[in-house]
Ligand binder design. Structure first.
Ligand SMILES: Nc1ncnc2c1ncn2[C@@H]1O[C@H](COP(=O)(O)OP(=O)(O)OP(=O)(O)O)[C@@H](O)[C@H]1O
Ligand SMILES: [Mg+2]
Length: 277
């Protein structure tokens, strides 16, 4: 891909999209994990994927990454087919998985040397970036510790840094705040904002509605593999007939969980009042 093409994509001029998903379907046996899902992600935006447990968020993300194959549907990432142009797509994509980091028998130093060599990164620039990221996440003291011995949050920081080191155009992050303390969560949110300000895009899969409301430009709500609604928080609130409500109420209404939650709370109150201390 030429520099000019790259610039066009970064400026959002080529179709104005970085990711295009059309009529995506994926089943695991009887379970339809993703059911006719369509959305696009534009340069400069943080796009939220929201949905209850088992909604199909991670499956969608893994298909975009080429980690699992779809049954049907069209996918384009940077105008390319991730299953055919795997290397080109992966070179420009950063991924934070919902699972903790797997390279447990390495230290962060070894991990980042390894990543630098397979991605062929410039040594001086990478060292500089690592210094910034380790300082920002207050993680310098863990640089030579075995990843297996790090706390959950500190492992997560390593995963986040690993996803950023090659300056990807698109970041796909699946519950990236898991385990991070408030300060590190703030740092990560800031990194995501800065990334989009310079033309990058983010797909942000999460359950944390406050964070989605705070940082996502647009949100797709999915439930049982299907797209329930898509838009800005304001647009979603209008769709749910809940103008001015917070995203939690909008989400529960749009996923038809509001009445069930009210019922559960009523039952819990009954149980607690029947079992007074
Ligand atoms: N490898 C697999 N084999 C069988 N079923 C799977 C597999 N991966 C996912 N599923 C099923 O597909 C559905 C969607 O799962 P997925 O992990 O995409 O949901 P999710 O929205 O990421 O959920 P969570 O919020 O819990 O992370 C679920 O019913 C899940 O059990
Ligand atoms: Mg998931």
């Amino acid at each position: 891909m030429s520099e000019q093409e790259l610039r066009q994509i970064r400026n959002g001029k080529q179709n104005g999209v970085m990711v295009k998903v059309e009529n995506l379907v994926k089943s695991f046996g009887e379970v339809i994990a993703v059911n006719d899902l369509s959305f696009d992600v534009r340069p400069g935006e943080i796009f939220g994927l929201l949905g209850p447990n088992g909604a199909g968020k991670t499956t969608t993300v893994k298909i975009l990454l080429g980690l699992i194959e779809e049954d049907s549907g069209e996918i384009e990432v940077f105008g390319l087919d991730p299953s055919k142009d795997e290397v080109k797509v992966k070179n420009r994509l950063g991924y934070v998985s919902e699972d903790p980091l797997i390279y447990k028998s390495m230290t962060p130093r070894m991990l980042f040397n390894f990543i630098s060599s397979i991605r062929n990164l410039n040594e001086a620039e990478t060292t500089e970036k690592l210094r910034y990221y380790f300082d920002s996440f207050e993680a310098v003291e863990y640089y030579d510790k075995l990843i297996a011995t790090l706390s959950r949050g500190n492992k997560q920081k390593m995963q986040v840094i690993a996803s950023l080191l090659h300056d990807p155009d698109l970041l796909i992050v699946d519950e990236p705040l898991t385990g991070l303390d408030a300060k590190s969560a703030k740092v990560l949110k800031e990194i995501l904002e800065l990334h989009t300000e310079r033309g990058g895009a983010v797909i942000f899969s999460t359950h944390i509605l406050e964070v989605a409301e705070e940082i996502c430009d647009r949100i797709a709500i999915i439930d049982k593999g299907k797209l329930v609604a898509m838009g800005t928080v304001k647009e979603l609130s209008l769709m749910a007939n809940k103008a001015g409500a917070d995203l939690e109420d909008i989400f529960l209404k749009l996923t038809s969980q509001d009445e069930s939650v009210a019922h559960i709370i009523q039952n819990l109150k009954k149980m607690f009042s029947n079992n007074k201390k």
